[in-house]
Design a protein around this ligand. Sequence first.
Ligand code: UT7
Length: 370
Amino acid sequence: MARYAHITGWGMAVPERVLTNHELSLMVDTSDEWIRSRTGISERHIAAANESTATLAVEAAIKALTEANLAPDQVELIIVASATPEHIFPATACLVQDQIGAIKAGAFDLSAACSGFIYALNMAAQAIRSGSLNNVLVIGAETLSKFTDWEDRNTCVLFGDGSGAFVLQGSDQPGGILSAVLRSDGSGSDLLIVPAGGSHLPASSETVANRQHFIKMKGREVFRFATRVMAQATREAVEAAQLTMDDIKYIIPHQANQRIIDNAADQLDIPIERCIINLERYGNTSTASIPIAICEAVEDGRIQPGDNLVMVAFGGGLTWASLVAQWSGPFPTKRKVYPAWYRTWARVASLVRRFRRYVEGAIWGTNGDS
Ligand code: UT7
């Protein structure tokens, strides 16, 4: 029997601190008027020193599991899509696994810049449709503020921090994720990049002095690329789902720039009201932008079960991706579970495992502080 991958849980988290355009105008040579008119952004959330990509991911994950009424120990796979992971390795997904108590889950990170959440959703859907997995947690989480050059007005006005998570579950009922289009063009890899810190340019005092650990962007080129691919990718995913644009209730575009979204709506010949847009309050949160926009639209009742949606994104790589999903909502369940409670148990279990390693180390010796 055919399997379908449904979105049954959703959750988002943003840091409390809000940075306004006015505050930015005191930091670099910019103005509220320029930022609003060129991007559509008014404010963004910025992580505190004790917040990171993993802490935001965990918060969104717990909310998504609560909506789906799914216990963390039933999750079989966690995928974290992020352009700003906690470390080069281990994967941020492993830290999330430990902190939410997903004791039976595999975990890995996916790197496709701002298109990463759609890539990850499609990977999860494929695993569910193949019959090998039933419950997958997909998270887009970012602390772009930690990789932003706060002296570079070309980039620092654009980005914000946040996370969004979906629970995907398998069922024999048709619906859920219907189609996806994933694309890349590495010839544009230099257009949006953190140049240093990888194997190409390892960290050195020189890379730090040259500010090469921050995001660098050729904005105009990325803009032109985005306006070329957004409408086209949307049409391709709709066609692959054997639907027409009239069957689609909302498009949820990557929230990067209001002008890019207006342009895509124009090319698709649809009113802008059919796009879900919230970038005014969050800026560009990369992999988190689409799930955050969807969470808000579900919470305020715009998105309802049965609605057909298109998600479409572009970003560094270059990558772009689109996906059609029929919104499902939670599966009916008999027993209420409380995923947040597992966090305490997860913490205790994690401490116990660390203590066991400490004891083993005391007996057998260690290789240092790891
Ligand atoms: O997730 C993907 C992430 N990336 C994107 O989505 C970026 C796509 N690109 C864009 O959104 C736009 O290209 C930007 C918003 C980044 C820039 O807008 P633009 O209309 O393409 O401006 P521009 O780069 O052509 O710059 C126009 C002028 C320049 O001054 P001159 O050379 O004309 O004197 C810039 O130096 O605006 C200047 N400028 C600014 N002025 C005030 C650039 N940034 C700022 C700023 N405040 N923050």
